[in-house]
Design a protein around this ligand. Sequence first.
Ligand code: PGA
Length: 253
Amino acid sequence: MSVPTVHSEKKGSNLNIIVDSRENIARRAADLYSEVLASKPDAVLGFATGSTPLDLYAELIARVKAGKLSFKDVTTFNLDEYVGLEPTHDQSYRYFMDKNLFEHIDLDSKRVNIPSGIAVGEGESAAYEAAIAAAGGIDMQLLGIGHNGHIGFNEPNTPFGSLTHKVTLTDSTIEANSRFFASRDEVPKEAVTMGIRTVMNARRLVLIALGEGKAEIIKKTVQGPVTEEVPASVLQLHPDAYIFADFEAAKYL
Ligand code: PGA
């Protein structure tokens, strides 16, 4: 896919924007998983961490426990991981995914892929891209959004053409994520993240934004120019992207 790296003044787009209550968003986003897995039980799914997907994950777990959904043939790829944290560290994204989703569903742990925060380098990043390609590409990638518009750990001004790479976190991201650590100093300063192009190569994107704190960045993402200054604005260029926003996050739309 060729993704422009220049700014554009394009307004409006093909985005599917769904505004609803927080509870209904979890259910309606879960419906997309039910649809995808009904037509492709061995789908390749991209997952995300953060507070935002927790309700969706709880809904997916409930559907698996009710026998309505199965991940037994699914392959997963996560967006990102902190550099320096072992998979067993309670703030690693691997640990987050295990505790909040993977341990509770019928997923084969051999088909779980999360960038390593320990073996970090260009070779590992290239291997992550190769693993995605070998799996046939990502059918549906879940995204949260940072207050600065980051997707994954692609901070503002990350090139739209970027693939999986190591990044230095911005102060605002370190600050936002410090709520999960004992102190700000313990927040890792670096991470490995899928790039913008890696994300855009997924056949479907599902971005969820909850709460008033995301209202301004959602307006820029949806209605502002497509620009590397607002990484999530690139979704306007995707042919099959969904943005789920609760009433608070959608208040400026
Ligand atoms: P949050 O993080 O879900 O905890 O708000 C989203 C993000 O930073 O991508």
